[in-house]
Design a protein around this ligand. Structure first.
Ligand SMILES: Nc1ncnc2c1ncn2[C@@H]1O[C@H](COP(=O)(O)OP(=O)(O)OP(=O)(O)O)[C@@H](O)[C@H]1O
Length: 781
């Protein structure tokens, strides 16, 4: 369906489009200038009230964001045109532009606007009212080429939108950084990008079907179309930091910055895993049963026993029943261990204090009826709020001169709390715990482990989890456990809340100073003077904004905060995630709006899943929606054919994607006794193609990295990676080394499948021993 115009006609059309594109850039420049002036104006504005200042701040932020979007739209501002049957013409680009007021007619449609959709989905069979779709290629501000598709003519169709532009994009050399695909997004991809953002959408697809690209464009779409998602931002989870480097430019290039990129092992702020875990331990730690084990481990730390303490020369005892009542009350009052701890301690100390006072009375045999009654009713008193009890006790008329009196209850409580022995006894009953402490104590103590996992794990599994006290550091598999523990333990933030209140007061003072400096605040409304509540409110708003500005970017703030909740979560290589990691991700997105992309056949880790529904459905009440991508954009047909037997060995029902490209060059293999020399040779030959990746098992990769002087930096001309490190990446040429050793790994077939499908061009396999059966079809060189 693609049609090339004659040269002269083409030139004429290019000229006409250039005129329009010039007009768009002129408008872009004007809008930028207007924004710059507005920004200058807003910054210089003094305003007449504190509220004006707050509004000014908000305007500054809005203008700055718009300015960022326009800056990113500079390259490839306009890339498409739709001619509709009714004579309408629409231009499609990276951002929307309108003519100046009062007309404000649309000059350019944002690619995410509903009106731009036919650009991606119209076909001759379903033309959406479009007669011609035009791809406009530009270099900087110059139009360099056009490609037209006429949709009102029946004819053979490749099923691809803008085939020429697509092939040109796919044929370009790789740069080590993923590019956006907004100009050539295909219909099946567009359907996923624009699918509604509620609930979990899974995108299953073979290597190179555009899952990563589509997931990122979907994030950009949701940030554009759903303000509530834009407010909270998007979390993108990818397998390795190398992969995150690879994709980090895509969303900013689409003008979106409200995004945090993170690997699953860094989801718990402050912990950087340093330990490697045996696959069996990693698998077990990822299972959902661990949530129950941890919940029990926390419960085990809340002990209900008789409490005996020596205080003031006497021994006092609080019976287990009273301690249990305190524990029950604490659990009712707070959801988490550390928060409940405060309530537990209040009740236990109250009980002890009453005990101390009671003992004092008994000793002097001057016990009054009222106090007796109160002591008898002690159990029920425990369930009342802390400040009710003394009132009731005193009301009963129990004051006695010369002995410890009930009205002294608060003092006795304070003395008890300050007594080291009492403090230690309280701590032993219900200790303040950090997630790190809980896990370290649990995994290094067989009794604790047994108690927490009885009926849930067997002896062998407990032995797998056990770690000696000398084993330092955390593994990637510990990260979701720490997160779960943090959730169960909670924070006793009474101290932090006090600090926060002080911080807000400090900010409000600062805001008042700013207001006064701007002559916006009368002297009499200064501290100590009569503060107008309305002004104070404004001070606080201003303080909040001041704090919110916080000198850190959105990504820094969100990434550092374990409790940050995102509007949407995108998970790439999602087939690798364990149940425990999914739990922590769903906590970060209570609305449950997620896109999970991956390929069950490319699973390589110990926690890789077999089916999507089984992995995801337990975490959400909404139905998990499935979609599939079947067209391969990266890997040429010849390479996919070579990888097919590997997939067949992995899953006889597995299908490789249908490649859109074919190079005519089949993959080859070279057997050698001189591994390093042969790899060096193949790399040198492949350099002509562009970026080359050598993918080898871990020990071989180290060796070859040294010989080739190459590492994992994707901006280098040659990189050396393990199959796991190569996940999600692509290169102009790939050399797979020692496939037999790759196959030896736990998930060897999946890893070999990943390694072979990283190339956009040629694939060479280099091996020392016999060629594995699944590669015996490769032509020896
Ligand atoms: N519509 C498109 N237009 C241009 N390029 C595309 C398109 N779709 C995919 N591509 C390109 O194909 C390549 C593979 O895409 P991507 O990495 O998203 O695939 P993937 O399905 O995530 O692969 P893998 O499973 O191997 O990680 C990328 O270079 C991407 O830019």
């Amino acid at each position: 369906m693609a049609r090339r115009n004659g040269d002269a006609e083409q030139d004429h059309q290019i000229e006409r489009e250039q005129a329009y594109v010039d007009r768009l850039y002129a408008r872009l420049d004007d809008v930028r200038e207007e924004i710059r002036e507005d920004l200058d104006g807003a910054l210089a504005e003094r305003g007449s009230s504190a509220r004006d200042l707050v509004e000014r701040e908000a305007r500054v932020q809005r203008l700055t964001e718009r300015s960022t979007v326009l800056d990113h739209a500079e390259n490839g501002l306009c890339f498409g045109r739709l001619d509709l049957a009714d004579g309408q013409v629409r231009y499609v680009g990276r951002t929307g532009l309108r003519s100046p007021a009062p007309e404000r007619t649309p000059l350019l449609l944002d690619w995410r606007a509903p009106g731009a959709r036919p650009f991606y989905v119209a076909t001759p069979a379903d033309d959406h009212g479009v007669v011609r779709r035009r791809h406009i290629r530009t270099e900087r501000r110059r139009v360099t080429g056009l490609e037209d598709e006429l949709l009102d003519i029946d004819g053979d169709t490749s099923g691809l939108q803008g085939e020429g532009a697509l092939m040109a994009a796919l044929g370009e050399r790789r740069t080590g950084r993923m590019r956006d695909i907004v100009t050539t997004l295909q219909a099946e991809q567009d359907a996923i990008v624009r699918a509604h953002g509620d609930g979990v959408l899974v995108v299953q697809g073979g290597p190179g079907t555009g899952k990563t690209a589509v997931a990122l464009h979907r994030a950009a779409y949701l940030l554009y179309a759903r303000p509530e998602i834009a407010r909270q931002g998007v979390l993108v989870v990818g397998p390795t930091s190398t992969f995150l480097d690879y994709i980090e430019q895509v969303l900013p290039s689409l003008g979106e910055t409200q995004v945090v990129l993170q690997t699953p092992d860094r989801l718990y702020p402050g912990i950087e895993p340093t330990r490697t875990e045996e696959p069996e331990a990693a698998r077990l730690k990822g299972e959902a049963v661990m949530a129950e084990v941890l919940a029990r481990a926390v419960r085990d730390r809340e002990r209900v026993t008789d409490l005996e303490v020596r205080f003031d020369g006497d021994t006092h005892c609080l019976p287990a029943a009273a301690v249990r009542a305190a524990a029950e009350e604490a659990r009712r009052a707070a959801r988490t261990h550390n928060e409940a701890r405060r309530v537990f301690r209040e009740h236990v100390v109250r009980g002890l204090a009453l005990e101390v006072i009671g003992a004092s009375y008994r000793m002097l045999q001057e016990v009054e009826e009222g106090l007796e009654d109160e002591l008898d009713r002690f159990d029920s008193a425990l369930s009342r709020t802390a400040d009710q009890v003394p009132g009731r006790v005193e009301a009963a008329g129990t004051e006695v001169d010369g002995v410890v009196a009930v009205h002294e209850l608060p003092h006795v409580e304070r003395d008890l709390l300050e007594d080291p022995e009492v403090a230690a006894a309280l701590e032993a009953l219900w200790p303040l715990l950090t997630p790190e402490q809980l896990l370290a104590d649990l995994f290094s103590d067989t009794d604790r482990l047994t108690s927490a996992s009885r009926g849930l794990l067997d002896e062998t599994e407990r032995a797998v989890l056990f770690r000696g006290p000398a084993e330092e550091g955390w593994s990637a598999a510990d990260v979701p456990l720490l997160d779960e523990a943090a959730e169960l333990l909670g924070v006793d933030d009474s101290g932090a809340r006090t600090l926060e209140a002080a911080r807000r007061r400090e900010h409000a003072r600062f805001a008042r100073r700013v207001l006064r400096a701007n002559d916006l605040l009368d002297e009499e409304t200064d501290e100590g003077g009569a503060v107008d509540p309305a002004d104070l409110l404004n001070d606080e708003e201003l303080a909040e904004r001041h704090a919110a500005r916080d000198h850190r970017s959105f990504a820094e703030k969100a990434a550092a905060d374990r409790t940050w909740t995102y509007g949407h979560v995108v998970v790439d290589e999602a087939q690798e995630l364990s149940a425990m990691t999914w739990r922590s991700l769903f906590r970060r997105c209570p609305a449950g709006s997620m896109t999970a992309v991956g390929d069950v056949h490319q699973g390589s880790g110990p926690t890789a899943i077999a089916t999507w529904e089984v992995a995801l459905q337990p975490h959400t009440s909404a139905r998990v929606r499935m979609s599939e991508l079947t067209v391969g954009y990266r890997t040429p047909a010849e390479v996919m054919a070579a990888a097919e037997p590997v997939l067949a060995a992995l899953d006889p029902n597995g299908r490789v994607p249908v490649s859109v490209r074919s190079t005519g060059v089949s993959p080859v293999r070279r057997r050698t006794d001189e591994l390093a020399a042969t790899v060096t040779e193949v790399v040198a030959e492949s350099r002509a193609e562009g970026a080359v990746a050598v993918i080898a098992p871990p020990d071989v990769a180290v060796e070859l990295g040294a010989v080739l002087g190459a590492g994992t930096d994707l901006l280098g001309d040659v990189v050396v990676l393990t199959p796991v490190e190569a996940k999600g990446l692509e290169f102009d040429a790939v050399v797979v080394v020692e496939p037999a050793e790759i196959l030896d790994g736990d998930r060897g077939l999946g890893e070999l499948y990943v390694a072979m499908t990283r190339t956009t061009g040629t694939l060479t396999v280099v091996h020392t021993g016999e060629v594995p059966d699944v590669l015996s079809h490769l032509v020896p060189e």
